[in-house]
Structures are given as C-alpha cells and as structure tokens.
Write a protein that binds this ligand. Structure first.
Ligand SMILES: Nc1ncnc2c1ncn2[C@@H]1O[C@H](COP(=O)(O)OP(=O)(O)OP(=O)(O)O)[C@@H](O)[C@H]1O
Length: 539
C-alpha cells in the first residue's frame, strides 16, 4: 500500500474540473437539503465528473471500534451491507487508525486490500486502484472517504488524493453541522416537552383559567376552596371577567362533577318564557304546552345550575327560585306536585345586588340565600400583568384556529397592557383574533393593534353614551384576504387622533398612499377618505 505521493504535472482541464467539483460540492453543502443529500451528491460528482467510482463514506460506529459504510454511490445494497471494518483492518480500517491517505495502485496485488464490499468479478477487468483519505474534524477522525479508479486513467493519483482530501473536509463539516443540528433539535424538543409539561401542571389545578395577578389568584383560591362543599356561590364581576368559566371550574372540581352542568342567562330569555325554561311545565299548562317539559332546574338534578345575570330576574320568579332553595323542590308550571331536586346553585351578576335590594328590585331573602359564598372577579384593568399572559394564550389559540403563525411585534404587548379593556377578557380575546386575521405578514404590528383599539374605543364611546342618536356604521378593520371587499366607513369613524398614524404610515412608505393604506389594514379608498376628512390630502 503506497502512502507517499509524488507531485505530477497538471493540466488546465484537471484544474477546471476540480474547481467545478469543489464549487458544486460547496453548493450542495449550503443547499437546503439534508446532510444525506449533500454527501450522496458529492459521491455522485466524484464518479460522474472524475471517474472516482463506487465512492463510499465509512463512519465510525457509535461506542464501537468498528466502521460501517453509511453513504455510497454505485454500490448495491448488499455490497453496502458488507462494508463493516474493525479499526485497523483492511485499507479503510488502517486509514482510520493512522489518519494517513492510502493509494492502492492495484487492488489485485495489495494483500491489505480486503475485497469485502465489492467482489472483484463485478469490477472492470483492467487494473483497478483504490484511494482512501481520512475524514477529520478538529483533528479527530470521523471516518474514511474511499473510491475506486482505473489505474490507466490519465489523471495523476496525487490530484485525486488532493481532491479527495478537500471533499473529506467538506464532508466532515456537513457531518458535524448535522450532528449539531440534531443535538440542538433534540434539545429543543426536550425543552418543548418540559415547557408543555410545566404548562399542563400549571393549568391543571386551574382548568385553563389563566392569570398570575394576585387579584385573580385570590379569586381562584376561593373558588377551589368552596368547590368541594355544596355551598351556593355568588360570582360578581363585570361582563367578560370569566364568571361562567369560574362556575364551570367550581362544578368540575366538585363532587357533582359527574352530574350535569346547566347554565341559563336570566337576562337573555323573555320573561314570559323564562318561568317554563326554569321550572318546566305540564302538558296543557298554557297555550302551546302540548307536551310535558322538564325545566332547566330539573335537568340539573344531581349537578350544578348556573344562573347568569341573576340580577335581572323578575320579582315573581325570584320568589319561585327562593322556594326551590328553601324546599329543595320545584313545581312545574301548571303542576301541583313538588318534585325534589338536588342542585348546587351558582349565580352570577354584573350588577350590584345589594343596591338592587335597597332599591326594592331584588328580594333580600333571596339575596342572603345566594350570597352564601361570594367571589368577586376583578376586571382586567385590576389584573396587573395578566393582559400579556392572556394575549399570548389567545394568540396561540387564534393562530391554531385560523391556521396562521403570527407573532406580536415590538411594543404590541405594552400597548395592549395599557388599554382600559371595558369588555375585559372576552374583548381581549376578540381583539387578538382580529389582529391575527388582519396581520399582513407574520408579525402583528403596533399599527394593526392601534387600528383595532381605535375602532374599539369608538364602539366603547357609543356604548357608554348609550346614545339613541344615529351613529355612523362601524366596520371592523380590513382583512388581508383576497376576498376582502373594499368598504366605505362612516364619518363618525374618522378621529382627529388618527392624524399621526396616517402621517407615520405615509412617511414609512415614502408618500405612497396605496402602500400606506396597506400598512394600516385599510383600502386605498378608506385611506384617502381619512386624509380628506382630516384635511391632510395635500400632504
Ligand atoms: N382567566 C381566564 N383565563 C382564560 N380565559 C378566560 C379567563 N377568564 C375568562 N376567560 C375567557 O373569556 C371569555 C369570557 O368569559 P366568561 O364568559 O366566563 O365571562 P363572564 O363574566 O361570564 O361574561 P358575561 O357576564 O358577559 O357572561 C371566555 O371566552 C372565557 O373562556
């Protein structure tokens, strides 16, 4: 086996082809494909461009003193499968052991050459040579790059060896990079798993109720404290603070969890229907009562009944509800019989019930029956830090729902944190959903959010004013979809404080109104309209 190589004369054609191979090999390296594709590509180039045939990359097996062929070009699967060597065994094993290159001028004359992977009969009759170089990374041998060639070819061996060494260096880089990526990916997957687990554990006791603020945590502790008892719970808090969510939490953490959870909104059902909805009716009890019907209280038997907006219950129904609480029985409309029920009551209201009692609108005895264990749910503006927490959660949910992959851009969470949230969590959830939908790219920008919040404040103003005067129609911000129909906004929508936003957008787009409109999620027409209304069209 020859180890030393004599330098030989070169031709321009040799240099050209070598450069081309190196160029193509480095392109494969930086290509998007996998390490396998890159290494197989290099072996293909060696064979097709320079006659270094049946190239193979033999790598050290993990924790063993052996090598195996891992990549090859021109070897059949059985040939490849035979390619195992103990380090030090055969030409490949020795190159690995000594880190020296090997030139076998004639495989038929070299006793060290094993003829293990490829049988001699399948090779050309002519004299066949075998060249092998170590694959070194940071001076550590990872494996061996080897190939056959016909000895009679014009190219000097020394050039082939030089080229193989360059290619072996590239292969070492590819292998170490892919190992690094594999390790990193495994690490990230582990981290992801750990985070998910931590999140599951964190929300396990709270059943998806998110928030770290002391006010929320206090309410949560109270809910979990009372849930195992059958005590009546009164949830108070503004709309959208999570009263129904808490009611469900109390139910599923109670002993009644296997029973039904029935919810009814006392403000949403016309008074005439509410009684039969609550208590049911007998057949023929009134016109239209063609069959007997169970009411929601009866349906909640052995479970939990959630009476939302209890403050809106009419006085005569308050008396009937009191009867249920005292007697633990109901009477269907048109019925005479008391039907026993075992129901845990959770009531909720956004009203001040004490005040309603003082004003004679709510029965004091019912109030005391319901107010056994009051839990106040704080509005979002009193839950310091929870907005970002919830916003991230809703972003994840909306991305999943709309099959998008958006992220919050710089300043967005701070902007959301600073908003007053009259509609609380439900409003925050809706706004995040809208932001996900209108984001033009992957990032939800501060401009997207400003636009939506401006729109929200406008709605808020009209709701607060409770105005009966006609209000110009309000439209949600435009979506970036192709199906988007340009729409005309009402005059009332244009606000003086939009000026800066419009001017900023124009500045950023070098005065291009169409692009400025896009950055604000508007149609060009809406943008021009605003400029016009604000006297900015000349800008
Ligand atoms: N702490 C929370 N973590 C996650 N989501 C929440 C939380 N609180 C409320 N939500 C979500 O906010 C929305 C509004 O909550 P919910 O319907 O329970 O409020 P509510 O106080 O009953 O409102 P209303 O009085 O208007 O009926 C729901 O989508 C709910 O899932």
């Amino acid at each position: 086996m020859t180890i030393s190589i004599k330098p030989t004369t070169t031709t321009n054609a040799d240099e050209d082809v070598e450069l081309l191979i190196i160029y193509e090999a480095s392109r494969l390296m930086t290509h998007n494909g996998t390490a396998d594709e890159a290494i197989n590509g290099i072996l293909r180039l060696m064979s097709q461009m320079i006659g270094l045939n049946r190239g193979r990359v033999t790598l050290k097996d993990d924790d063993m003193d052996t090598l195996s062929i891992r990549y090859s070009y021109g070897l059949t699967p059985p040939e490849r499968a035979r390619g195992h060597y103990v380090i030090g065994e055969g030409v490949t094993g020795r190159v690995m052991q000594t880190r020296q290159v090997a030139v076998v001028q004639n495989i038929d004359d070299e006793p060290v050459y094993l003829t293990r992977a490829v049988e001699r009969g399948t090779l050309p009759q002519e004299t066949v040579a075998f060249l092998a170089v170590p694959i070194l990374y940071n001076n550590t041998p990872l494996g061996v790059l080897g190939a056959h060639r016909l000895r009679g070819r014009k190219r000097p061996f020394s050039r082939d060896i030089n080229l193989l060494q360059v290619l072996a260096t590239l292969i070492a880089q590819i292998l170490s990079l892919s190992r690094l990526i594999e390790e990193k990916t495994a690490l990230l997957a582990d981290e992801n798993r750990a985070l998910k687990q931590a999140l599951d554990q964190k929300t396990e006791g709270t059943h998806g109720i998110l928030g770290e603020s002391p006010a929320l945590r206090h309410a949560l502790r109270q809910a979990l404290h009372v849930s195992p008892t059958q005590a009546t719970v009164l949830l108070t808090g503004e709309s959208g603070t999570g009263k129904e969510r808490f009611a469900r939490l109390v139910h599923i953490t109670s002993q009644l969890r296997d029973g039904p959870f029935m919810a009814i909104n006392c403000a949403a059902i016309p008074e005439a229907l509410l009684e039969s909805e609550l208590f049911g009716h007998e057949k023929g009890a009134f016109t239209g009562a063609v069959v007997k019907k169970q009411g929601i209280i009866e349906l909640a038997n052995n479970g939990t009944l959630f009476l939302d907006e209890i403050g809106d219950l009419a006085l005569d129904l308050q008396s009937k509800l009191l009867h249920v609480l005292e007697k633990r029985a109901i009477k269907r409309v048109g019925g005479t019989q008391d039907i026993p029920v075992n129901v845990r009551i959770i009531a909720a209201t956004h009203k001040n019930l004490q005040k309603a009692v003082n004003e004679g609108q709510f029965r004091i005895d019912l109030f005391y029956r319901l107010n056994v264990f009051p839990i106040h749910l704080p509005p979002l503006r009193e839950r310091g830090g929870d907005v970002s927490h919830l916003a991230r959660h809703f972003l994840q949910r909306a991305n999943h729902e709309f099959d998008r992959n958006t992220v919050f851009g710089p300043g967005v969470l701070e902007r959301l944190d600073g908003y007053n949230w009259p509609g609380n969590i439900r409003q925050l959830e809706n706004i995040v959903k809208r932001a996900v939908l209108i984001a033009q790219n992957r990032e939800i920008t501060i401009d997207d959010v400003i636009l939506i919040l401006q729109h929200e404040s406008h709605i808020g103003e009209h709701l607060e004013a409770g105005s009966t005067k006609s209000v110009a129609p309000i439209e949600p911000p435009s979506l970036p979809s192709k199906s988007h129909q340009p729409t005309q906004r009402g005059y009332g929508w244009v606000r003086a404080d939009e000026t800066q936003g419009l001017l900023d957008a124009l500045r950023q787009t070098g005065g291009n109104k169409t692009r400025a409109a896009m950055t604000l999620g508007m149609t060009p027409r809406q943008f021009r309209y605003r400029l016009e209304r604000l006297g900015l069209l000349a800008q």
